[in-house]
Design a protein around this ligand. Structure first.
Ligand SMILES: Cc1cc2nc3c(=O)[nH]c(=O)nc-3n(C[C@H](O)[C@H](O)[C@H](O)COP(=O)(O)O)c2cc1C
Length: 149
C-alpha cells in the first residue's frame, strides 16, 4: 500500500483538524499516514511518500501564505514529484476578499513539481463542518482510488 505524508500549517487549529479528518479517511482505506507540522518538515520529505498532502491556512489582507510556509512553498516547486499523487486543503475566512488563497498557491506548486492531482482541493470557512468533512473524505477517497489496480 502507498504511504502518505500530510504537512500542515495551523495557527488556531482549524487546518490541523482538517488534517486529521483526511488522515482518518486515508487510514480507513489502508493507507499509512504521517502528519507533520510544517515547522518540523521540509518539502524534500515528500520524496519518501507516494501521497503528498498539504494543509494551510491563509493569512494577510492579500491572501498571502503564512510566514512559516514561505520557504516550504518555494522548495516544493523545485522538486520532481512526477511519480506522486497530491492533495491540498486549508481553512480561511470568507470575510476576507481573497478566500483560502494558500490552497491555490500550493496546488500550483505541486503541479509545477509534476505531481498528479488526487482530487479537488478543499477550502473550508473556519472550522470544518459536516459538509466540509464530506468534501475532505471525498478528497482522501479520490486519492486512495488512484492506487487501486
Ligand atoms: C491577520 C489575519 C489575516 C487573514 N487573512 C485571510 C485571508 O486573506 N484570506 C482568508 O481566507 N483567510 C484569512 N484569515 C483567516 C484564517 O485563515 C482563518 O482564521 C483560518 O481558519 C485559520 O486557520 P487555522 O485555525 O488552521 O490557523 C486571516 C486571519 C488573520 C488573523
Amino acid at each position: 500500500m502507498p504511504e502518505a505524508l500530510i504537512v500542515f500549517a495551523s495557527l488556531t487549529g482549524n487546518t490541523e483538524h482538517m488534517a486529521h479528518i483526511v488522515a482518518n479517511a486515508l487510514e480507513k482505506r489502508g493507507i499509512t499516514v504521517e502528519i507533520l507540522d510544517c515547522m518540523q518538515a521540509d518539502a524534500q520529505d515528500f520524496l519518501d511518500y507516494e501521497i503528498c498532502l498539504i494543509g494551510s491556512y491563509t493569512y494577510g489582507v492579500d491572501g498571502v501564505l503564512p510566514d512559516e510556509m514561505i520557504d516550504f512553498h518555494e522548495e516544493l516547486g523545485e522538486l520532481d514529484l512526477s511519480d506522486k499523487v497530491f492533495g491540498v486543503f486549508g481553512s480561511g475566512d470568507d470575510f476576507y476578499e481573497v478566500f483560502c488563497a494558500a490552497v491555490d498557491f500550493f496546488e500550483e506548486q505541486f503541479l509545477k513539481a509534476g505531481a498528479t492531482l488526487g482530487g479537488p482541493s478543499v477550502k473550508v470557512n473556519l472550522d470544518a463542518e459536516e459538509e466540509d468533512v464530506i468534501r475532505l473524505e471525498a478528497l482522501a477517497n479520490s486519492i486512495a482510488e488512484k492506487f487501486i489496480n
